[in-house]
Ligand binder design. Structure first.
Ligand code: SAH
Length: 199
């Protein structure tokens, strides 16, 4: 918590949510002793769980209010999704790797985390049937901003997405009207890649 505050996270709902979610349960047991360090760790299928600070940073950029409808791309371990659920958001989340989808489905049941929808699919498509969203959060590194996702935002909605191939720049895009989008960039982060298709 103090570390998060020192690093500039101010939103009390984000800080409380990060504090509430038992992060160690989202890691493979061999990484247990590292669960509360500010590090990324493997979660299987060559993917990693995001750093707690990264999860807090992205959650804060969403500026979501309780009840808001949020789409997450890249469910992975389910940790970021659990933080959003603790913030009382309605979460729709998509994972492209079946192995992780199955593992995390079981974990959500066990921990009683209930996203509105947990979809095995390709996040590049978003969820057109559930759109528009108050916020979209992408937790894998995107080579560029997918236009399709921008068009699934409400007016006033926010897309939080790390953009770049090697390292990524955290990017916020706010939909100001049906046709205008305003982009702001933040610091550099490192994510696993946003890949097309599902496997
Ligand atoms: N939010 C996760 C981060 C996991 S790493 C957590 O808290 O643990 C990023 C995840 O994005 C990986 O699980 C990867 O499989 C997934 N991913 C990559 N491209 C995707 C796509 N097109 N659609 C959905 N998920 C994708």
């Amino acid at each position: 918590m103090q570390l998060m505050r020192d690093k500039g996270i101010r939103d009390s709902r984000v800080l409380e949510a990060v504090n509430t979610v038992p992060r160690h349960l989202f890691l493979d047991s061999s990484f247990l002793e590292h669960a509360y360090q500010n590090k990324a760790f493997p979660i299987g299928a060559d993917q990693t769980i995001s750093h707690p600070y990264t999860v807090a940073f992205q959650s804060e950029l969403l500026q979501a209010q309780p009840g808001d409808k949020i789409l997450e791309i890249g469910t992975g371990s389910g940790y970021q999704c659990a933080v959003l659920l603790e913030m009382k958001l309605q979460v729709y989340t998509i994972e492209r790797q079946n192995e992780l989808f199955k593992k995390t489905t079981t974990l959500f049941k066990k921990l009683r985390y209930r996203p509105r929808k947990f979809v095995f699919g390709d996040g590049y498509l978003g969820l057109p049937d559930e759109a528009p969203f108050d916020g979209i959060i992408v937790t894998c590194g995107a080579p560029e901003i997918p236009q399709r996702l921008l068009h699934q935002l409400k007016v006033g909605g926010r897309l939080v997405i790390p953009v770049g191939s090697e390292a990524q720049v955290m990017t916020l895009v706010v939909r100001e009207s049906a046709t205008s989008f305003v982009k702001t960039t933040y610091g550099e982060f490192k994510f696993v890649p946003f890949l097309g298709g599902k496997e």
